[in-house]
Write a protein that binds this ligand. Structure first.
Ligand code: CS2
Length: 470
């Protein structure tokens, strides 16, 4: 038996389910990048808002690449379960907020039409860091990326910019109003970066639409936080035992969830703040803490842990060398690299993060976190290194983690899953072990715009690269 609207009532009584009739709710949101993270986070807040009585906020999910998620959810009428993994009793909830899944490459026009529909108020995004095509120096859009050049020439779009541009042109023509375009990815100033890159793109292809977008759309920043490991076959089999039903779209996550959103919406939105989201004037201190402490620690656990043959976050945090190093990275380095908001307790936050990483009920694979390192380390480590170096302070824990990433990027012990993989491999070949750190972080290094290492830091980093395992 497969989970769907017809058999939802045969689930055990303790499984929570929507307090509204999903098929009776219209759509108000289009989400680009429908992965497990969205299903365990924003879709849950939206489901909760409709449980509380709000109406017509269902989500049309868009997969920008493969049909996999559509194959999981369509036969289930969009329904799937979220299981909270902890020591406590089973907590499983059916989510009804996803109405349909579109597969962009199969039918780009359907995606454009969904974004252009007058009922659509909000476009949310989890397309990962690389989906924003940021220039290597962090300064706006990478105009040279082939996908961006394709979209600029008005061909069938493949990037968020091409889809949004085509949809907003229709909204403008039909006078159906602008959109709130809400980035939910792990990037510093994600809303500002998205707005800047999108407007760069529009200025180039259609200055009139760029002006209209400036006046009719908003791009709030947001900080999203929930650890959502990739679902495994074992997870699904265990779930089937528990609920007596097959759920191909199931996601498994931790009890913790946080969403801090800049309160600058263009039009109506669900009352997410009634369901635990925080609507604030300035997201930056929360976002910086999360990126530099949580994600910074995660990446360190990933590369240091993999280099020691470990597989899971919970194993890496328990390692007698890695655990304390990651504690220093969070407390001594990341937490001291920015000004927190009043009442933001960074020491308590670090304690909480260590407990979350240690959650034995949530197997989170290090290799999942290790992917796309070149896109992640600027906001997770390099920003901290720069801020502390500018203040005359060193960051020994991050330097060790960074050396471990450099070794990882060499690809000797693993397959490197990174959009800059070939560039990094070429650099390794020409620079070798003694000069790779300089080629990356020296004065003309590949990442020098994010952080140019001092001579001392460079010497230390080079020493670590020589000594770190791969
Ligand atoms: C992780 C994040 O895969 C990764 O890079 O660091 O996905 C992390 O689990 C989330 O940001 C937690 O909110």
């Amino acid at each position: 038996m497969r989970l769907n609207l017809a058999n939802i009532d045969s689930l055990p009584a303790w499984v929570r389910r929507p307090g509204y009739v999903p098929s009776e709710q219209a759509c108000g949101i289009v989400h680009l990048g429908l992965g497990a993270f969205h299903r365990a986070h924003q879709a849950v807040y939206t489901d909760a808002a409709m449980n509380a009585g709000e109406r017509d906020w269902r989500i049309i999910g868009v997969s920008l690449r493969s049909p996999e998620t559509r194959e999981k959810l369509r036969p289930q009428d969009g329904l799937y379960t979220v299981s909270i993994k902890s020591d406590a009793a089973h907590d499983i909830r059916v989510i009804g907020s996803i109405a349909d899944v579109l597969v962009a490459p199969e039918n780009p026009q359907a995606v454009i039409d969904a974004l252009a529909a007058p009922a659509t108020q909000i476009a949310t995004l989890t397309v990962t860091e690389k989906g924003y095509y940021q220039a290597a120096n962090g300064d706006g859009l990478d105009q040279n990326a082939p996908a961006i050049a394709n979209d600029r020439h008005g061909r069938s779009p493949s990037t968020i910019y091409g889809y949004l541009a085509a949809a907003l042109a229709i909204r403008r023509q039909n006078s159906s109003g602008g959109l709130t375009v809400l980035s939910c990815d792990n990037m510093a100033h994600n809303g500002q970066k998205l707005a800047r890159s999108f407007l760069d793109f529009l200025d180039d292809i259609n200055p009139g639409l760029a002006d209209w977008t400036r006046q009719n759309c908003t791009f709030p920043s947001s900080m999203v936080d929930r650890i959502v490991p990739a679902t495994t076959g074992d997870d699904r089999a265990g779930l089937r035992e528990l609920i007596g039903c097959e759920d191909e779209g199931a996601v498994f996550t931790e009890p913790f969830s946080q969403w801090v959103v800049e309160d600058c919406f263009n039009g109506p939105r669900p009352g997410w703040e009634e369901q635990g989201a925080e609507l604030v004037g300035d997201v930056a201190p929360y976002e910086t803490a999360k990126l530099r402490m949580l994600n910074g620690a995660h990446s360190a656990l990933a590369y240091l842990g993999l280099s020691r043959g470990l597989n899971l976050v919970s194993e890496a945090i328990a390692d007698p060398q890695i655990g304390p190093l990651v504690g220093r990275l969070m407390r001594d380095e990341a937490a001291t690299s920015f000004n927190p908001a009043p009442n933001q307790d960074l020491s308590g936050y670090a304690d909480q993060l260590e407990a979350r990483f240690a959650n034995p009920a949530l197997p989170h694979r290090l290799i999942q976190i290790a992917m796309d390192g070149s896109q992640k380390i600027p906001q997770r480590w390099l920003a901290t290194l720069k801020a502390r170096q500018d203040a005359g302070r060193d960051s020994p824990a991050i330097l060790q983690a960074l050396a471990s990433w450099i070794q990882h990027a060499n690809g000797l012990a693993n397959a490197v899953d990174d959009p800059m993989r070939d560039q990094l491999a070429r650099l390794w070949q020409t620079a070798g072990q003694d000069s790779i750190a300089a080629a990356l972080f020296g004065k003309k290094g590949l990442f020098a715009d994010h952080w140019t290492a001092s001579d001392t830091a460079l010497a230390q980093l080079t020493g670590h690269v020589r000594n770190s395992r791969c």
